[in-house]
Design a protein around this ligand. Sequence first.
Ligand code: NAD
Length: 344
Amino acid sequence: MNKEHATHLAGLFPASPAPQLKLGVLGFGGLGQAAARVLAPKQEMRLVAAADRKGYAYSPEGLDPDACISVYQERGSLGYLDPVGVLSSRSIQELIESASVDGYFLALPNLPNTFMASVARQFIQSGWRGVLVDAIKRTSAVEQLLDMAEELQAAGITYMTGCGATPGLLTAAAALAAQSYSEIHSVKITFGVGIANWEAYRSTVREDIAHLPGYTVEQARAMTDAEVEALLERTNGLITLDNMEHADDVMLERSGICPRDRVTVGGVVDTRNPKKPLSTNVQVTGRTFEGKISTHTFTLGDETSMAANVCGPAFGYLKTGIGLHQRGIYGIFTAAEVMPQFVH
Ligand code: NAD
C-alpha cells in the first residue's frame, strides 16, 4: 500500500477514535436488554444509563449489562440495581435532568400511538441537547415526529427516526436498491419474526396485534395478558399481518423514492418459536433507464434475530446522528435519508 493510500484509509477508519460515547437506553424490555448486550463489546460506545417504567440506573463509568438484565428480570426494575439504581415513576425525566449522555436509544413502546412524540417533547422542554434514535413503526407515529422538525432543530437535538429493522434496515436497503431505476414501481417488505415466547417482547406483540383487522392501538393496549394469550392460543401463536400502516412508506416518499401507496409491508410473527416463519426480505421493482423492468431483492439471513436487526441499525444510525450533531446539524432524519455508520 502506498503512503497516500494508507493516509486515505486512515481518514476513513481513524486509528485513534474519539472518546467513548456515553449512551442511554430508554425502555428495558426485549429490545432494551438486547441493546445492552449489543453495546457490551463496543469500544466506541458505552452504556451509562437505562430506564424502565419503574426506575432507572445511571453510572458515568458504565453499567454492567448482565447485572442490569438480571436485576430487571428478577425484580422487575433497574431501580433495584445496587448501588446506582433509583426507583421512580418519572424515570425518563429524572435521567434527562441528571445524566450526562450523548445519545439515547428509545426502546420504548409506542402505546398510546402518541407516546414517542411526547417523550421527544419532554427532551425538548428540558433543554437537553444530543442525539435520539427510535425504532418506531407506524406511519402516523413517524409523522408526528416529522412535524416536530423545527422544534427539534431549535432545541439542538438530532433525532433519527424509524431506525430499527422495518422501518430501518429494510427501508434503507430499498432506498439503495432504488438507485438502479429511473422509476420505482413497488417496494414490498415481507418480514418473518420468530420469538420463543411473547412475554419477551410484550409491546412488540401488542403493537402487532393492533395491526390485525378489527383491532385498534387502544384496544391492543388495553388487552390483559390473558386476553393476548387467548388470542395467540386461537392462532397457534402466529400473527399474520398484511398491508400494515408502516412508516417505510412515508420515509421512502419523503426521500423522493416513490409515492407512499407503492410501498407495502406485511409479515408473520411466530410467538412460540425462535425460528423465523419466513425469510425477511424487501423487493424493489422498477424500470431502468433502458426501459427494462426488474426487481432487486434483499434478504436477511434467517439466523439473524429481530433484536440483532433492530439494535444494530439503531446504534449505527445513532453514530451517524452523533456525527451530524457534532457538525451542528440538528432536526430530524429518517433511516432512508442517511447511511448508518458501523459501530466498533
Ligand atoms: P417491551 O414491552 O419488551 O419493553 C418495554 C419497556 O419500556 C419496558 O422495560 C417498560 O418498563 C418500559 N417503559 C414503558 N413505559 C415506560 C415509561 N413511561 N418510562 C420508562 N420506561 C417505560 O417492548 P419491546 O417489545 O422491546 O418493544 C419496544 C418497541 O420497539 C416497540 O414499540 C416495538 O414496536 C418496537 N420495535 C420496532 C421494530 C422495528 O423493526 N422497527 C422491531 C421490533 C420492535
